[in-house]
Design a protein around this ligand. Sequence first.
Ligand SMILES: *[C@@H]1O[C@H](CO)[C@@H](O)[C@H](O)[C@H]1NC(C)=O
Ligand SMILES: *[C@@H]1O[C@H](CO)[C@@H](O)[C@H](O)[C@H]1NC(C)=O
Ligand SMILES: *[C@@H]1O[C@H](CO)[C@@H](O)[C@H](O)[C@H]1NC(C)=O
Length: 482
Amino acid sequence: MAEIHILATFLSILLILSSAPMVESAIGVNWGTISSHRLSPSIVVDLIKENKIHKVKIFDAEPDVLLSLMGSGIEVMVGIPNEMLAVFSSSPVAADLWVRQNVSRYMVKGGVDIRYIAVGNEPFLTSYSGQFQPYVMPALLNLQQSLAKANLAGFVKLVVPCNADAYESTLPSQGAFRPELTQIMTQLVSFLSANGSPFVVNIYPFLSLYGNSDFPQDYAFFEGTTHPVADGQNVYYNAFDGNFDTLVAALNRIGYGQMPIVIGEVGWPTDGALSANLTAARAFNQGLINHILSNKGTPLRPGVPPMDIYLFSLLDEGAKSTLPGNFERHWGIFSFDGQAKYSLNMGNGVLKNAKNVQYLPSRWCIADPTRDLSGVVSHIKLACSVADCTTLVYGGSCNGIGAKGNISYAFNSYYQLQKQDSQSCDFDGLGLVTFLDPSIGDCRFLVGISDTSSSSGPCGGWFAAWVMVLWMFEFLRIMGSL
Ligand SMILES: *[C@@H]1O[C@H](CO)[C@@H](O)[C@H](O)[C@H]1NC(C)=O
Ligand SMILES: *[C@@H]1O[C@H](CO)[C@@H](O)[C@H](O)[C@H]1NC(C)=O
Ligand SMILES: *[C@@H]1O[C@H](CO)[C@@H](O)[C@H](O)[C@H]1NC(C)=O
């Protein structure tokens, strides 16, 4: 009897040891591609590898991006845009096709290590007024079936990245999901829990600070605050922990207090607003990384930091909508061309720049200083409606360059967007091409990068063609079986 008991104890200790390894949170990155100067995917993958980043989150499943990730060993979260949820909610066949075309296909030896599928992106965002809400659960159920049919259900997990606006409260311990979301959140979290998926949340102290002039500045960062938040016995010294524990309390309230949490997006922009600058972005991101890697956790989850965090973002995306603010195009830890904006240590030494970036020739378009520029307003409007001029605004890195500087900046931005096409520096004779870099102080006049259309190389090209052929067959087969 005693021996059996000892053996049982020993076995259960073994079990506990093996089931609860000391896993360190991993720091991953979001890789968005809404850029007018797009680095070739293979250069981006090299950049990620060179910086020993092991996890990447993308917002869709573009073939050129996924092909470039093949054999890289990088763990990937692919995404399904909100607009596609309706189809997957009503059509199991469409869900099957998506999984085949965008997941199974790549899950081969030497393929892409897809671990998660983000089903929608912040589908419950308040500003969407519930338009995607009815599709989330049915889409999840169909996609889960598709994964099961593809024998991938045990390996690839479905998640739904939520904005932190899904929950609210003044004190973390009182956290609750928005009343109109309580039901769907209960269904969602129960689904996630049953399938071994984490809850994915995007947390942005920057937006709290940007949107609220009463928000204590130092509470957004990690260096201590003169405005700590006392919550019963717990004291919060930074907005991130307070926000995280509000979610923990909200999950607890619906019966899932132990649910693992992944931070799908977190970061700080560097331009386009007063509080968006290099110093602040570095302080926030480095403070965050150090905090996560210290494994301290939060008052409600001491010693249990989020499973993983994905920094937002890897690269600047100069073609994003500026509706949220002019900072929206400047979230990258790297600029559009893969140059580190500031020194950041993600746990493996400071950031290293992208290699082999092919730039257009070193020339710029500026306002001709000999010309009367009074008629220039319409040109600037047009240039800046397609090219990026968000650094010119109040708080931006190019705000102080004067009226002529503004014009030159707009001209150049447009010229580079047009790949330095000579016509694009005309502006009714007001533009002038120069070989002297007009950059002033922190204000950088960019030079575009050239389209390296051979990005995937001959091998990748053949593979892509082969994949296309397979898709065609698959498609015909499925259509035939209807
Ligand atoms: C696969 O993903 C891409 C990119 O998001 C999308 O355009 C395409 O429609 C998807 N394929 C299917 C069959 O849904
Ligand atoms: C950068 O942002 C921080 C944080 O909001 C702010 O306190 C600081 O004044 C900004 N620095 C500059 C130079 O604008
Ligand atoms: C340059 O443009 C920015 C953004 O439109 C504006 O805030 C600033 O006042 C302009 N500077 C001059 C000197 O006109």
